[in-house]
Write a protein that binds this ligand. Structure first.
Ligand code: M6R
Length: 614
């Protein structure tokens, strides 16, 4: 989390920094700040809350800083210390000469803080970052060389960091480094950019260099020098970014989330192009290197992910086991990395991540890679850190997702799992030709079915109004749609802050049923198929406890009208593909409830789009 930008060149730096931070807002948005080099000294400005507050804060100072052409900026997602102006970055040493921004977590900050306090440093903030400012400043006092000071300081730091550093006494220099946090340098004509991610620099340059861990780059207006942690100079691997600048527009929608929900039919069409030509031809996944031999040697598959991607992974397990007969375990990355996992070269490890950056998933992937597992990454960012670890890559091509609540990337992950499972089933010969054909035929119809839902939103908007003021919400489902219940509940809680929970319906009577009364909405994801009747009985049990019953269903059964207070109808679809269709109304329900309650839909409180700390 947190985004950093830096610039050294001949253009006015303030707007470059503010625009760069705007592009990185998905990484955090609780406070922000910039430091710009003015003729007399480096000046620091900070503001709590959204980036527009920083712009407002800068207004009265614009004339005095407009000529500055070197600067650094930061947008924060608080880890250590509340989101206050004091804790916002940039941070400085005691004399104010050394100024830096940081993304990551300094794990040994307590020890460093004690040590530095004993040496006379006075701490002003509650952040872990401030120790780095004091530490680099002390090294600078010894060396009088900013690069060397950074190099020496990072030897004492444990944890994750991307740093961008300026010093009052080094007038034409910007130093940056990283370990376990992303950072790249954009290369222009007589200018350099530093950023946590491509969108912050792409409108200025396509030429860039990704920093590897422990590398330190020293930038002046006309030079770039790269060294390793021992000070040895390295050759620079400059690449051309396969990106086009995109103007992020809501295209007339009130929020990015609503726009992204509406993009889902085209997202699916995009994924299928070139990968599924017709019902009679095999699935083509060029970047996936799973041969018959590899598949034959597999004992099992482990899928690791977080949040929404974890829910996609749970559906992935269901589909792969069903189509391929290979046992699949699914685990939250944050749990996976802190136990003794059994994985080896006979295990296929699949990492699922929209951003390709999530710290826990990245660590889990690296751990399994070290044990010899084949790593397959399903991501929306083929240029991400996770993608760089992949033996096989499945890029979901959903396009940039701005809203923090994942919608189109989730549907794209699901479709990717269908393609992968069919692809593996075709190699293994584990699924009947007729089943494959019918799945492919119906998958190609799914975009139109989603369009039907999107053009008939009244019933969902009606439900949103009816239930918007509830304190709690329960989603129930069985089988392949249990993860849909979890994802529906996650969508609602993250953008409306309503306490929503998803349960496998058979579990209700083992405890949660005690919560039911006439104030509790229970939404039953009642899709036709193997568990329909079972779920109907579970819904009856909830109704008998007076719960306010809602059905999301593709059934036309008249008796549902007696059981459910509200019914959200969706187009018919076979059970195995129903998680895609069932999810769309749940995204919309969460959206309309949050919108009705006046919440900040695209940037909900306390969240960030990219979770780069463990
Ligand atoms: O980028 P990732 O898919 O790895 O992110 C994982 C979660 O942080 C993410 O899915 C999160 O749960 C979303 N906010 C859900 O809408």
């Amino acid at each position: 989390m947190c985004g950093i930008v830096g610039y050294i060149g001949n253009k006015s730096v303030v707007d470059i920094l503010l625009d760069g931070l705007k592009q990185l807002e998905y990484r955090g948005y609780d406070s922000s700040g910039i430091a710009v080099r003015c003729p007399d000294k480096i000046k620091v400005y900070k503001a709590v809350g959204k980036l527009e507050n920083l712009s407002a804060e800068l207004m009265p100072h614009r004339s005095e800083i407009s000529s500055a052409t070197i600067g650094i900026g930061h947008i924060r997602w608080a880890t250590h210390g509340a989101p206050t102006a004091l804790n916002a970055h940039p941070h400085t040493c005691n004399c104010g000469n050394l100024v830096l921004v940081h993304n990551g977590i300094i794990e040994n900050y307590k020890e460093l803080r004690e040590k530095l306090t004993a040496l006379g440093c006075v701490f002003k903030t509650q952040t872990d970052t401030e120790v780095v400012a004091h530490l680099v400043a002390r090294k600078y006092a010894e060396t009088k060389d900013l690069t060397e000071a950074v190099r020496m300081a990072t030897k004492e730091i444990e944890g994750a960091y991307a740093l961008c550093v300026l010093h009052n006494d080094e007038k034409d220099k910007l130093v940056a480094t990283k370990r376990n946090a992303p950072l790249l340098v954009g290369i222009g004509e007589g200018e350099y950019f530093v950023a946590s991610d491509v969108p912050a620099i792409i409108k200025h340059t396509k030429k860039a260099m990704y920093l590897a861990d422990n590398q330190i780059v020293t930038l002046t207006r006309n030079s770039m020098k790269l060294i390793d942690e021992n000070g040895t100079e390295l050759s620079q691997k400059v690449e051309v970014l396969p990106w086009e600048p995109v103007a992020l527009s809501k295209m007339g929608f009130k929020h990015f989330m609503l726009k992204e929900i509406h993009e889902q039919p085209d997202v699916i069409r995009n994924i299928l192009v070139g990968r599924m030509h017709s019902c009679d031809e095999p699935v083509v996944l060029n970047e996936v290197n799973l041969t018959k031999e590899t598949l034959k040697n597999l004992n099992r598959i482990q899928i690791i992910a977080c949040g929404t991607s974890l829910h996609a992974a749970m559906i992935g397990k269901y589909i792969i086991e069903n189509f391929c007969g290979i046992p699949v375990d699914v685990e939250a990355s944050s749990e996976y990395i802190y136990r003794k996992t059994v994985t080896d070269s006979h295990t296929l490890v699949i990492g699922v991540s929209q951003s390709g950056e999530t710290a826990d998933t990245l660590t889990a992937i690296k751990q399994s890679k070290a044990k010899g597992s084949h790593i397959l990454i399903i991501t929306n960012r083929p240029d991400s850190a996770m993608a760089r670890e992949a033996d096989s890559l499945l890029s979901v091509n959903a396009g940039i997702e701005v809203s923090v609540a994942a919608t189109k990337s989730y549907i794209a992950q699901l479709v990717s799992f269908y393609l992968l499972a069919m692809y593996m089933a075709e190699i293994k010969g584990s699924l009947a030709e007729s089943d494959l054909k019918s799945l492919k035929a119906e998958l190609m119809q799914v975009p139109q079915k989603i369009e039907q839902i999107l053009s008939n939103k009244e019933q969902i908007q009606h439900c949103a109004k009816v239930y918007a003021n509830t304190k709690d919400f329960i989603y129930i489902a069985r089988g392949i749609n249990f993860p849909t219940a979890l994802e529906g509940a996650l969508k609602l809680k993250e953008i409306s802050y309503i306490n929503a929970t998803g349960y496998p319906a058979g579990e209700l009577k083992h405890g949660p049923i005690a919560m039911l009364d006439n104030t509790m909405p229970v939404l039953s994801i009642l899709m036709k198929g193997s568990v329909y009747e079972k779920l109907l009985s579970n819904s009856e049990e909830a109704k008998a406890r007076d719960a306010r019953m809602i059905a999301l269903t593709n059934s036309k059964d008249e008796k549902l009208k007696d059981l459910f207070e509200n019914i959200i109808e969706v187009p018919d679809v076979q059970e195995l593909l129903s998680p895609i269709i069932a999810m769309i109304p749940l995204q919309l329900l969460a959206y309309y409830i949050a919108e009705f309650l006046g919440k900040d839909v695209d940037q909900p409180r306390n969240l960030a789009k990219s979770v780069t700390v463990e």
